[in-house]
Structures are given as structure tokens and as C-alpha cells.
Design a protein around this ligand. Structure first.
Ligand code: ZN
Length: 237
């Protein structure tokens, strides 16, 4: 099992580790700060120095392991020492967009009586599918404007690990019947909390204060049906 450093500290940019397995084009490590593609957040890229410097071109989950696809695995063997370095600009952008999504999600649910039905984070934008009563471009603009006001309050964002009992007793986590069923099936409850605003079960990476998100702007609005509007948000400063 890979120790996933990004689950407890999203700001680990470099780390030392050891090779635990070598495949045709990938390695597994005993620990890593490379985030694997999942939950709408793209993977990290960067380098692993294992003797030579190798480029990490893709990162995936494989059971309890994280596998790093490299440009070359030549000469690498199990037990080799590794120095890893993630492409921080790329990761930090993902963290800012990911946290912005939480703020928008909380606002949409608490104030606009709707919900986010899908989302994808990119390095330069985030796409969000919304089901909000009466949503049009103007209302979408006001959602973004209100989200900005919350962001500007510089709210703390924290990572917590809850017991199963705590998780089941936290109303915000078990909002729906399927949600409750899902909670019962899990063993690790990692929760991202935005102070006074939102709590979510989550495996992604986030900034530690909403102030780090900066200024967001609505860059696209598209109606895809009565209950499905797609918006695109960009961080502009
Ligand atoms: Zn998240």
C-alpha cells in the first residue's frame, strides 16, 4: 500500500521514498505526494529521480497503490531510493479550482436550493453541471458573485478523519439515503471542512484557506435542458 502524503498535507512538493514495484512503464513507491486522477481532479505530473531523473507522465490508482507512469523505467529495481518532485504550479491550480467548487457547491445548495450534478477540474478552468431552479445566465452570474464574497472571507479549509460513528452522525455527510448507505460501506472517513460553510467526504487536494483561491469569473454558460445547465469558471487573479 502506498502512503498517500497528499491526503494529510496537500502542500508536500518534494519527498523521499523507495521503489516497491517496477512494471513495463511504471513504478509504485512506499509513499508519494503525486495525486492520481480521480474524483474529477487530474493527476499530478513532475519528476522522480531514481538514479537518473524520470518524467512522471501519468499517475493512477491501482487498488491501494499509486502507480507513476514514467518516460523510462530503465535500470530501476525494487528498493531503489527515490526523490520525487511534483509540478507545483499545475497542482496548486487544481487545489484552487477544487476548493472553489466546494464553495460554489455549498452556496448552490444552501442559498439557491439546487445541486451540482457533475464537475471536472482542469489546470486553467473548472466545468460544473448544475440543477438549480430557474437557473439562467444572470442567476449563474449571481451564484459566482456570491461565491466570491464567501471566498473573500478567507475561510479556513481543514482535513479531518472521522470515526464511522461520527461520520454517520454528521448530518451534512449523510444527506440522502444512498449517501447513508455509502457511508456504511466505507472504513476511512476523510472530510474536507470549510469553516462555517461546508463539509464533504473527499479524496482530493484543496488549499488551506479560501483566500488562496483568488478571483473567479463565469467564462461560459450553456443550457443543456431544464435540469442541466453547464457553466465554466476561471480563476482570473
Ligand atoms: Zn474536494
Amino acid at each position: 500500500m502506498t502512503d498517500k502524503l497528499y491526503l494529510t498535507d496537500a502542500y508536500v512538493k518534494e519527498f523521499d521514498a523507495e521503489v516497491t514495484a517496477v512494471g513495463d512503464n511504471f513504478v509504485s513507491l512506499d509513499k508519494t505526494s503525486f495525486y492520481p486522477t480521480s474524483g474529477g481532479q487530474p493527476c499530478d505530473t513532475g519528476t522522480l529521480q531514481i538514479g537518473d531523473i524520470r518524467n512522471v507522465v501519468d499517475v493512477k490508482k491501482s487498488g491501494e497503490d499509486v502507480i507513476h507512469l514514467l518516460n523510462s523505467v530503465e535500470g530501476i529495481k525494487t528498493g531503489d531510493k527515490v526523490h520525487g518532485k511534483i509540478d507545483w504550479d499545475r497542482r496548486y491550480a487544481h487545489m484552487r479550482y477544487h476548493t472553489a467548487l466546494h464553495v460554489i457547491d455549498a452556496l448552490v445548495m444552501n442559498t439557491f436550493g439546487g445541486k451540482i450534478t457533475g464537475g471536472q477540474i482542469y489546470t486553467d478552468r473548472a466545468r460544473i453541471d448544475l440543477d438549480v431552479p430557474g437557473l439562467d445566465r444572470e442567476k449563474a452570474e449571481s451564484i459566482i458573485k456570491s461565491s466570491q464574497e464567501l471566498i473573500d472571507r478567507k475561510l479556513d479549509v481543514t482535513i479531518r478523519f472521522l470515526s464511522k460513528e461520527e461520520a454517520l452522525n454528521t448530518k451534512e455527510l449523510a444527506r440522502t439515503k444512498p449517501g447513508k448507505e455509502l457511508l456504511k460501506s466505507l472504513s476511512v472517513f476523510r472530510v474536507i471542512a470549510i469553516s462555517g460553510l461546508d463539509m464533504q467526504l473527499d479524496g482530493g487536494t484543496h488549499v488551506s484557506n479560501t483566500g488562496e483561491i483568488g478571483k473567479i469569473s463565469l467564462s461560459k454558460y450553456e443550457s443543456r435542458g431544464a435540469h442541466n445547465k453547464r457553466i465554466e469558471v476561471k480563476i482570473v487573479a
